[in-house]
Design a protein around this ligand. Structure first.
Ligand SMILES: [Cu+2]
Length: 163
């Protein structure tokens, strides 16, 4: 059965678009550092205060000056802890959950953006190369105090290497 010329053109355009989008996915995954959210565990939101590690939120040093873990709780309308200090050149894994409603987690100037769902634990890995300040902001509307919900990340100059 012959295919009409205009139909053939649209079939070819559709195939071309699939190829372009597939290449875009590969580029963002391998060059853009795309992080696909993966389930990192579940938690009973009512028992956060009794469940490790969320019973003790804060910054943990895994490898001094290089690798850190931040255990963080989002709740209306704050992130706990509200201020984080790490040295430049460190890789930080954020382990976050929400105590009450759905919150957002975005780090300004970084490739980090997840939703925080009560009962779910999210993991985000971020590298901080240069000294400076970043903000963690909530991007899911979570009530009348939503616009005040943020935390600060202070990236301090790396300590001089011992000679
Ligand atoms: Cu919010």
């Amino acid at each position: 059965m012959p295919i009409e010329r205009s139909e053939r053109l649209f079939i070819n355009l559709s195939i071309l678009m699939l190829v372009i989008f597939f290449i875009a996915v590969l580029v963002s995954a391998f060059i853009g550092g795309l992080q696909v959210p993966a389930p990192a565990g579940t938690i009973d939101p009512a028992a956060i205060n009794q469940t490790a590690p969320f019973d003790n939120p804060g910054v943990r040093e895994l490898v001094p000056g290089k690798r850190y873990e931040v255990v963080m709780i989002a709740q209306t309308w704050a992130f706990i802890p509200g201020e984080i200090r790490v040295p430049a050149g460190s890789e930080v894994t954020f382990r976050i959950t929400s105590r009450d409603v759905i919150h957002g987690f975005e780090i300004t100037g970084k490739n980090a953006n997840v939703m925080l769902i009560p009962g779910q634990i999210s993991l985000v890995k971020v590298k901080f190369d240069k000294p400076g300040e970043h903000y963690i902001i909530c991007h899911e509307y979570c009530g009348i105090g939503h616009q005040t919900m943020y935390a600060k990340i202070i990236v301090e100059p790396a300590p001089q290497a011992a000679k």
